[in-house]
Write a protein that binds this ligand. Structure first.
Ligand code: NDP
Length: 334
């Protein structure tokens, strides 16, 4: 509806009903476009950043009153593009609506149907999965036997980072915001240890308990207090991959890190990254992930909301940790 302050609310979004012609309109403005029926929509924390009137980011703000756009899996209904035909299943940027006219088809990826759930193409095999892959292998420079810590570890990105780290022979600990999530980390994703940060009054103490030798790699999804406590527990030459700061998204000025000085004596390398800088690795990521998934070495948990009308609630839930696993909205059956 308009730019927001603080965490998003359902009332910041509005459901509009209208009619659509199920054909790509004739005319030069839609030349090369495809008309798709949306099947799955992805709720991602970065979308919160597009609801602010801030143009200094890597992605422009949404236009208030316009259709929200995000990653999705869709079926082509009509096409004015030689690369796509009716019936094709595609993944890429689409609208939060039942049907979308997509003009920027260069961002669409055709999906071969196989025994992998289609919705995984916005999670395990989509942007979040790729973020885990690029962040872990390219930014963290992991070595076998290293001590790895992941925050928001049961989420879309975190659950894969942990499993990749285990496959790499690392010792892996995750934090998450409920006992159900902690149970998933330990018993589904194979983490060595996990804790509910909401029940810990002393984050430094719990990190010292989990990592008596210290942390080599911190995959940071949350920033804030957790990052500050981790800084006290990093080993010399440790690496921090700053993937996201979901705890800071709604804070206009950073609360500041009290322990940032630790970067120096411990010679810690701290690097922010964007998955989009590594897209040349996407084919390799798909091959690696599909292979491990099919061998049963990787599992993936989704939180599926039904119906477009429930998309705002699903999105808002990301910022209170309501989602258990990758948050997806099913708009229509495949
Ligand atoms: P998740 O599926 O992990 O969902 C967000 C989770 O964040 C919630 O479930 C909740 O988990 C946790 N959370 C919410 N609010 C807070 C808070 N105030 N303090 C601590 N934790 C909180 O999201 P994704 O896996 O999709 O994304 C994880 C991070 O990665 C985000 O920061 C996102 O912006 C970033 N990202 C970065 C990319 C890049 O290219 N750099 C690309 C994709 C994502 P819990 O219950 O455990 O608290």
């Amino acid at each position: 509806r308009g730019f927001i302050k603080g965490n998003p609310k359902e009332s910041d979004m509005e459901l509009k009903v209208g009619k659509i012609n199920l054909k790509v309109p004739q005319g030069s403005s839609s030349s090369g476009a495809v008309l798709v029926k949306n099947l799955y929509l992805s709720c991602d924390p970065y979308m919160r950043g597009r609801m602010r009137d801030f143009h200094g980011s890597y992605i422009p703000p949404f236009l208030p009153g316009s259709v929200i756009e995000g990653f999705g899996v869709s079926k082509v209904v009509d096409s004015d593009n030689a690369n796509f035909k009716a019936g094709d299943i595609v993944a890429g940027i689409t609208g939060w609506e039942e049907y979308s006219l997509i003009q920027k088809t260069e961002q669409l990826r055709k999906i071969q149907s196989d025994d992998i759930p289609l919705s995984y193409h916005v999670g395990l095999l989509g942007m979040p999965g790729f973020t885990a892959y690029a962040g872990f292998y390219e930014v963290c420079s992991p070595k076998k036997g290293e001590y790895v810590f992941i925050s928001a570890a049961s989420g879309a990105v975190g659950q894969l980072v942990g499993q990749l780290a285990k496959l790499h022979g690392c010792y892996v600990v995750g934090s998450a915001g409920s006992s159900q999530k902690v149970d998933l980390l330990k018993n589904r994703f194979g983490f060595d240890e996990a804790f509910n940060y909401k029940e810990e009054s002393d984050l430094d103490a719990v990190l010292k308990r989990c990592f008596p030798q210290g942390i080599d790699i911190y995959f940071d999804n949350v920033g804030g207090e957790m990052l500050d406590a981790v800084l006290l527990n990093m080993r010399v030459h440790g690496r921090i991959a700053v993937c996201g700061m979901v705890s800071q998204q709604s804070i206009s000025s950073s609360e500041g890190l009290r322990n940032a000085f630790m970067l120096i004596p411990r010679r810690i390398k701290m690097q922010g990254f964007l998955q989009s800088d590594y897209l040349h690795l996407f084919p390799r990521f798909l091959e690696h992930t599909i292979d491990n998934y099919k061998k049963g070495k990787i599992v993936y948990i989704e939180d599926m909301n039904e119906g477009l009308e429930n998309a705002p609630a699903a999105f808002v839930g990301l910022f209170s940790g309501k989602n258990v696993g990758k948050q997806v909205v099913r708009v229509a059956q495949d």
